[in-house]
Design a protein around this ligand. Structure first.
Ligand code: GTP
Ligand code: MG
Length: 295
């Protein structure tokens, strides 16, 4: 029996929990079963009650109080504790059947995705062994990041870092599109959907020091005036952006949680990535709809 799921990740406040709720709402409206797992030990309020909540194992508040740790160290402690007590997560998941979509809501601390090897271990235990869940990562980045082009590339890099670290099917999502769709032209938006390095040159908020009159064609990044003017930093930024652009490693889907079609489109990408529909039993038309046959 196969199992299917999505791991919803991204920086703090990117809209992960909101996306999980709208995904669950959409699944329910379409008579699909879903199994909601909260792995954020600091999360308090839920639109839908989680089927598994890490807080029943360990809460960030208790860890911070008892271990004298801050929020980030506390979170790492919670995940290490979860890895030592994986049965808490894996045992209930054993019974989840193939028609379910397992929706896993992750915390927003970025170091979890980039610095520490906790997540790859967790993902391996979910995707291999007896559970063998077909899992797709959904990495959310806030659309408002596009206001500052360098910040957008930094966010893109964090998405890429998670993608390379986890080695699993992965989609990137620009969330909160409602906040930018009336201010950014469609043509301009396209350059963020498939990130284009030229964005760094066009950023009105950051004038490129290299392009000041009198600069030589190939300035020395180590020269004091270039370092002081931020020119070396700009050059590094551009090299990193060029790498993302050259390899077409990252592209984004657009999410507007208020728009049912947008949530539905993202779900279809997830379904494709995990081959959800291929594993479902064909249903008789009569199963799907209750038909009143009359007397
Ligand atoms: N305008 C708008 N606001 C949103 C959207 N999605 C989330 N928000 C708001 O953004 C804030 C953060 O949303 P969450 O869903 O809690 O984000 P999160 O990624 O789960 O946050 P953490 O778990 O704390 O990392 C909340 O105030 C939401 O109401 C969206 O699509 N549009
Ligand atoms: Mg959340």
């Amino acid at each position: 029996m196969s199992k299917f799921g999505t791991l919803v990740m991204g920086p703090a406040g990117a809209g992960k929990s909101t996306f999980c709720s709208s995904l669950i709402q959409h699944l329910r409206a379409n008579k699909r079963s879903c199994y909601y797992v909260n792995l954020d030990p600091a999360a308090e309020d839920f639109a839908y009650e989680p089927d598994i909540d890490i807080k029943d194992l360990i809460s960030l508040e208790d860890v911070m109080e008892e271990m004298g740790l801050g929020p980030n160290g506390g979170l790492i402690y919670c995940f290490e504790f979860l890895l030592e007590n994986l049965d808490f997560l894996t045992e209930p998941l054993e019974d989840v059947t193939e028609e379910y979509l397992i929706v896993i809501d992750m915390p927003g601390q970025i170091e979890l995705y980039t610095h520490v090897p906790i997540l790859p271990t967790l993902v391996k235990s979910l995707t291999r062994g007896s559970l063998n869940i077909n899992l797709c990562a959904a990495y959310l980045l806030e659309a408002t990041f596009i206001v500052d082009h360098a910040k957008f590339f930094a966010g893109t890099l964090s998405a890429m870092s998670a993608m390379l670290m986890l080695e699993m099917p992965h989609i990137n999502i620009l969330s909160k599109m409602d906040l930018v769709k009336h201010t950014v032209a469609k043509r301009e938006l396209k350059r963020f959907i498939d990130p284009d390095v030229g964005l760094l040159d066009d950023d009105p908020s950051r004038k490129l020091a290299f392009e000041q009159p009198g600069d030589s064609a190939d300035p020395d990044p180590a020269a004091t005036q270039n370092v002081m003017a931020g020119a070396s930093f700009q050059r590094l930024n551009r090299a990193v952006a060029q790498l993302i652009d050259d390899f077409s490693m990252v592209s984004f889907l657009q999410l507007d949680v208020q728009d049912e079609d947008s949530v539905s489109a993202i779900l279809s990408y997830i379904d494709d990535a995990i081959q959800y529909h291929e594993a479902q039993e064909p249903r008789e038309p009569m199963d799907a709809v209750d038909v009143d046959m009359g007397e």
